[in-house]
Design a protein around this ligand. Structure first.
Ligand code: FAD
Length: 428
């Protein structure tokens, strides 16, 4: 049995491990050169497995026929056929517009963490981490460990709401509470401002300071970086490309076996709904088992239920509140690819009209940033992904060489060139 897995984050890695354990041949495709996804980025080691092939630095951009995908690689376009497929495409950050959010030095919360993990030096630089949710603590701890001075963590939710969240963690997810306590200990001494909202970022050629509102008073903090995170949005484009049912444009729909609405296609991890790394791992394991012909046991389904419970708690506790809409002023740029302000967008009734009249969503991000922002700001449902689902070169679209037949085992795929075997110690 040949299984193609798209995405080498925790979900994809656990799916690969489960499927290999069940005797399947596995090909794992990942747009980054390394494995690990958002959370284990650059921290996973490579090992060899005779039935596993890894295609790194390859992004799926479109379909080429009924059961074949088009990949963009540094060496040009490649096609890849599949028999059984598991989508593990993860999530991206929800970026909400506020004055100054396009200044150099302002990033998403996870975005700054990714840059730091990728080697960007921040030693001695002052960082404000703002937004809402537990990711803020993880990001602040990462940048502090890299030598930055965290000037403040700015949490939109108030003390009472955070206490309720901690109480629910203590009752049902003690290990998570322990992780949060460890991060809080590492960040002791860093001002943790609760019930505070971003008013704006100011600077000249780059960010110089951030203004916050707490109650009725505003306060400004000088800083070099602002990492602003308001939650995550599932990456549904690959599911949509394959024709899978997507719930309200928000998540790939799966059944209890992680099976999508399309024959021989499963999905796992944040692309089926936001819930954290444990959810991704539990769902990945179940998808890998089911795609390779086995049934999940009580251990797997129990782990998934606990992880789903945690995901629901996260959503209840940290979903962006309506008050955050006030961050976006009429002159604030919402579509940063095409420089479209909020004032221009609010003249239109829906996303389609706004797009036709202003070009919002027609830049390189294809609405991945402003589409989610407009959904939050104006309640407009973002449009379905168009092919190619990511920007691709004309050469990729015009002609693509096939990878070796994936019905061969992993080793034969090595002859295709940019293919390596791998396996992170932590999960394989
Ligand atoms: C920027 C960011 C930082 C985060 N940091 C943390 C953290 O520090 N701690 C924490 O607990 N959680 C963090 N999270 C949450 C994190 O998403 C999950 O906990 C976990 O990584 C999810 O695993 P996953 O396998 O579902 O998705 P991911 O880890 O997102 O893995 C999905 C993989 O699919 C690949 N992919 C997607 N589309 C394509 C395509 N078209 N072609 C080829 N490859 C593709 C991506 O490159 C990615 O490697 C972060 C999320 C984001 C967005």
């Amino acid at each position: 049995m040949n299984i193609l897995i798209l995405g080498a984050g925790p979900a994809g890695l656990m799916a690969a491990k489960a499927a290999l354990g069940n005797g399947a041949n596995v090909t794992l495709v990942e747009e980054n050169h390394g494995v690990g996804g958002q959370i284990w980025r650059g921290e996973s080691k490579l090992i060899d497995h005779p039935k596993l092939a890894f295609i790194g630095g390859a992004r799926v951009v479109s379909r080429k026929g009924e059961r074949s995908l088009l990949l963009e690689t540094a060496g040009g376009g490649r096609t890849l056929a599949w028999e059984r497929l598991i989508v593990c495409a993860g999530a991206r950050e929800l970026l909400l517009p506020f004055p100054g959010w396009t200044l150099p030095g302002v990033t998403g919360a996870g975005g700054l963490q990714a840059l730091v993990k990728g080697g960007m030096p921040v030693a001695g630089r002052r960082v404000v981490v703002a937004g809402s949710g537990p990711l803020l603590l993880a990001v602040a701890a990462s940048v502090q460990a890299a030598g930055a001075k965290v000037a403040a963590i700015v949490e939109h939710r108030g003390t009472r709401e955070l206490a309720r969240f901690a109480g629910a963690l203590a009752l049902r997810h003690g290990a998570k509470l322990g992780q949060a306590a460890t991060l809080a200990w590492r960040l002791r001494g860093v001002p943790y401002l609760r019930g505070a909202t971003l008013v704006g970022a100011t600077g000249d050629t780059r960010l110089r300071s951030v203004t916050l509102r707490r109650g009725t008073g505003d306060v400004s903090i000088d800083c070099d970086f602002l990492a602003a995170g308001f939650g995550l949005v599932p990456n549904t484009e690959l599911g949509a490309l394959l024709g899978c049912a997507i719930d309200g444009g928000r998540r790939i729909v799966v059944d209890g076996n992680q099976r999508t609405s399309v024959d021989d296609v499963w999905a796992a991890g944040e692309c089926t709904g936001i819930g954290g790394v444990d959810k991704s791992m539990a769902e990945g394991r179940i998808a890998g088992l089911c795609a390779s012909g086995a049934a999940p046991g009580a251990t797997e389904t129990g782990a998934r239920s606990r992880a789903h419970d945690f995901g629901e708690l996260l959503a209840r506790s940290f979903a962006p509140t309506n008050a955050l809409r006030a961050m976006c002023q009429p002159t604030t740029i919402v579509c940063r690819c095409e420089d479209v302000t909020a004032a221009r967008l609010t003249q239109h009734a829906d996303w389609r009209n706004a797009k036709l009249q202003t070009r919002a969503g027609m830049g390189p991000c294809q609405g991945r940033v402003c589409g989610s922002a407009c959904e939050f700001l104006y309640g407009w449902q973002a449009p379905a992904a168009q092919c190619p689902i990511f920007p691709a070169s004309a050469a990729t679209l015009a002609g693509a060489a096939p990878y070796a037949d994936i019905s061969a085992n992993g080793s034969s795929m090595l002859s295709a060139g940019s293919v390596n075997h791998f396996g992170p110690d932590s999960v394989m």
